[in-house]
Design a protein around this ligand. Structure first.
Ligand code: NAD
Length: 499
């Protein structure tokens, strides 16, 4: 059986605290095993990164950008193989896996502009003979800890900006789908990054704690579930580190009476059930405004759901594949039962779905609940599966209140033809990313990604200019050169002013 290793100092490395199986969710059986690191593995990875970082940072930014251009080219050249590998460990369909890689590539493309992005500010003549300029300097060694659901995109969100601005990086990918991150590290080396600039340490909590605690790790980016995001954030912040920790989500899609209902149903279906609902920007809650909208929406959803095809990752016709693990399948099923017990109306039940020839795979049919209320635990918590909940509202204000009061605040969408309503919604709703007739409003790579409330801990978001800011610190120089044309400054014990 294939063993997935760490990647440290330019070579695969074995060893650590043991091994764990990596499953094929389509078949429900192990296809490989991954080594689990320990504090010694982390120490080796950080030492390698620390040794590599100064020379990498000393390169001019254009030369680092050239490595990023080549990295992008190499990923593009094997995107089909990468997508198949990714799908075989995650379970998402291959076309969706390609999208996962492409959204990461967009960030690589953005950071190819590193020379421009790193330019500081400059003021000539801020005072008599005084010029002021600022520069962005890398932090040193940074670390990233990533979830299972985007094994290419999220590592690239982090490592691309971190490395392009002159840091070395240690990545701890999800132990459930660890192969693609290792391949990315190999490709970056092939693209011309010196060994040690990107190291990958496989593992679980032991590795995460060791990375966050390591004194040479200056900043940590985390994406995963909220309780762990908050724990990692608190642990790193207490040690004085720069932290950005993204958490879970429960995104609402508000459907106004004037919405183009056919388009909205199309959009909601893809956003709720695509990737088996295992996206932090999925749309697991839909809020029709008014009873007539609710009835029309529900009827169309039921119709559309009956046309969904659940299949293996390699089935080009499948809309979505299995969920990631047996434990996760059981968890989603337990939330469906919870919804029933809490009194929600189970309109379509996805439990008991079996795919012929893949009876052991972790497949779930699409589930639809109606008459879900904010008091229900199954509404308050993240399910992260192919389950859509209808929560009926009487007004736009009530819908805004629902999304705003929810503990999570990652994404939200409104479907309407009324610009005024959309504007009011976008302004008032307490959520970090808003879509107007856009079901999955993941910002493009030159904007930044981040949620509010329990969906994000820390101040700076992922990628875009926030990513550049997170992985650099600003130094500001105020300078005056001796000149024969100006008398020497008087001695002064007063705070200097430029007045
Ligand atoms: P997870 O929280 O279980 O794992 C995330 C990472 O933390 C993994 O690398 C894992 O090894 C590590 N980890 C697990 N337990 C830990 C512990 N006790 N201490 C320290 N580290 C630990 O998340 P997951 O199941 O891999 O991913 C799904 C979750 O990620 C969902 O909640 C989803 O909403 C969220 N997510 C959020 C975003 C976002 O940007 N907000 C994006 C993608 C996924």
């Amino acid at each position: 059986m294939r063993t997935i290793l760490h990647f440290i100092d330019g070579v695969p490395v074995d060893g650590g605290a043991g091994r764990q199986p990596v499953f094929d969710p389509n078949l429900g059986r192990p296809q490989a095993e991954v080594v689990l690191g320990d504090p010694a593995t982390v120490a080796a990875a950080v030492a390698s990164a620390r040794a590599a970082q100064p020379a990498w940072a000393a390169l001019n930014p254009q030369r680092r950008a050239r490595v990023m251009f080549e990295f992008k080219r190499l990923i593009e050249a094997e995107i089909d193989e990468l997508a198949r590998l990714l799908a075989s460990e995650h379970g998402k369909v291959v076309s969706d896996a390609k999208g996962d890689i492409q959204r990461g590539l967009d960030v690589v493309e953005f950071v190819c502009g590193a020379p421009h992005l790193l330019k500081g500010e400059h003021t000539v003549g801020a005072g008599p003979g005084i010029d002021v300029y600022s520069m962005r300097q890398p932090l040193g060694v940074c670390a990233g800890i990533t979830p299972f659901n985007f094994p290419a995109m999220i590592p690239l969100w982090m490592l691309a900006p971190a490395i392009a601005v002159g840091n070395a990086f240690v990545l701890k990918p999800s132990e459930r789908d660890p192969s693609v991150p290792v391949r990315l590290a190999e490709l970056l080396l092939e693209a011309g990054a010196p060994k040690g600039v990107l190291n990958v340490v496989q593992g679980d909590k032991t590795v995460v704690d060791a990375l966050v605690d390591h004194p040479d790790v200056k900043a940590v980016s985390f994406v995963g579930s909220s309780d762990i995001a908050q724990y990692v954030y608190a642990r790193g912040a207490a040690a004085g580190k720069r932290m950005q920790c993204m958490g879970g989500a429960k995104n609402h899609g508000v459907v106004m009476p004037d919405a183009d209902l056919d388009q909205a149903v199309n959009d909601i279906l893809g956003a709720a059930y695509g990737s088996a609902g295992e996206r932090c920007m999925a749309l697991p809650v839909v809020v029709p405004v008014g009873e007539r909208t609710a009835t029309a929406l529900r009827d169309r959803l039921v119709d559309a759901i009956s046309g969904l095809r659940v299949g293996v990752s390699t089935d080009p016709e499948a809309h979505y594949g299995p969920v990631v693990s047996a434990a996760h399948k059981a968890r989603v099923e337990s939330y469906i039962q919870m919804g029933v017990d809490e009194g929600a109306e189970l309109v379509v039940d996805g439990r008991g779905f079996r795919l012929q020839g893949h009876e052991e795979g972790y497949f779930l049919g699409p589930t639809l609940f109606d008459r879900v209320t904010p008091q229900m635990r199954s509404y308050q918590e993240e399910i992260f599966g192919p389950v859509l909940q209808i929560v009926r509202a009487e007004s736009l204000q009530e819908a805004v209140g629902l999304a705003s009061r929810h503990a999570y605040g990652n994404g939200v969408a409104i479907f309407t033809c009324d610009g005024d309503a959309a504007r009011e919604f976008a302004t008032d709703v307490e959520v970090g990313m808003v879509g107007v007739n856009v079901p999955i409003p993941v910002p493009v790579s030159y904007h930044s990604f981040g949620g509010w409330k329990r969906s994000g801990f820390g101040d700076l978001n992922q990628y875009g200019m926030d990513g550049i800011r997170f992985y650099t610190r600003t130094k500001t120089v105020t300078q005056r050169w001796p000149t024969s044309q100006r008398p020497a400054a008087d001695q002064s014990f007063v705070i200097p002013t430029m007045a």
